[in-house]
Design a protein around this ligand. Sequence first.
Ligand code: KG4
Length: 331
Amino acid sequence: MKDILVLGIESSCDETSVAVVKNGRDILSNVIDTQIPIHEKYGGVVPEIASRNHIEAISRVTKKALQEAKVSFGDIDVISPTYGPGLVGALLVGLSYGKALSYALNKPLVGVNHIEGHIAANYITYKELEPPFLCVLISGGNTQIINVKNYTEFEMLGKTRDDAIGEAFDKVARVVGLGYPGGPKVDKLAKEGKPNIKLPKTHFENSLDFSFSGIKTAVINYNHNNQNINKADLCASFEKAVTEVLTENVTEAIKQTGTKQVAIAGGVSANQFIRKAFLDLENKFNGLKVYMPDMKLCTDNAAMIASAGYFNYLKGNTNELDLNAVPNLKI
Ligand code: KG4
């Protein structure tokens, strides 16, 4: 079969990224232009500033992605921009650029759900991984346990009822004065601390849903009510509590479905403590294999979008040029 090259385009939040991926699994290039230093001084992503910076970056990043892949526009078979979920103005930049390329080059357009992209990061890291499997999506906007039935069909088994886990990490980082983006900073500081502060963990009866707002509020209150707090201990305690909430629900999901494959995905899957806790599940369930994307594929990037685009293209899921951005797109 002829190789299929997909040009993936990602602009849903604060990374402008363009990638060329062969047959859904082999990265030829994955250029990521991050806006983190721009948003850092505001303590979070400013949507209007993000959109403007995507506009300034998108052509340059695309040119670089083609150069690094050593291909030209004529070699590309499919154009796959993210069309949701995300910030609407930011999404529109990558999507409009992708639609224009699709029209000008006369190549099929395959819009990609960003969440499917995060899941697909695992197909790049593990060439042998095939559905069905459970995927635990832990990112800045989502916390979900997803039954990946096949490459394009998904069933939601549990989700957060309030904050996403990444949001809780970012908020805790801000409260203890670590700055933005908080997740990696909490991860680093927690390694120096002891998890000796008791924080509440929420579980719902007969449900695989999550809640992280209680833990987050408890950290905020602890910080307000105590003097000379040990930040490292607080970070370690927070990390331990959210990890236990995650793995307890995932343990239940494994029991209910009998799955032998569990993957994690999303920015928070870069967390070292969480990665170790998921690997430990292999010792708890006979024959279970745990998958986790390469560190550079955990946070937003266009290679994972191109991978998801490839599998949707094979399924015949192409789009017309009237495809619009969908900020609250679900899986
Ligand atoms: O997947 P992502 O890049 O964007 C979304 O699609 O949401 O995830 C970003 C989130 C942020 O909340 C960031 O703080 C968190 O992932 N994150 C981490 C780590 N690296 C990134 N959280 C905990 N530990 C990390 N090492």
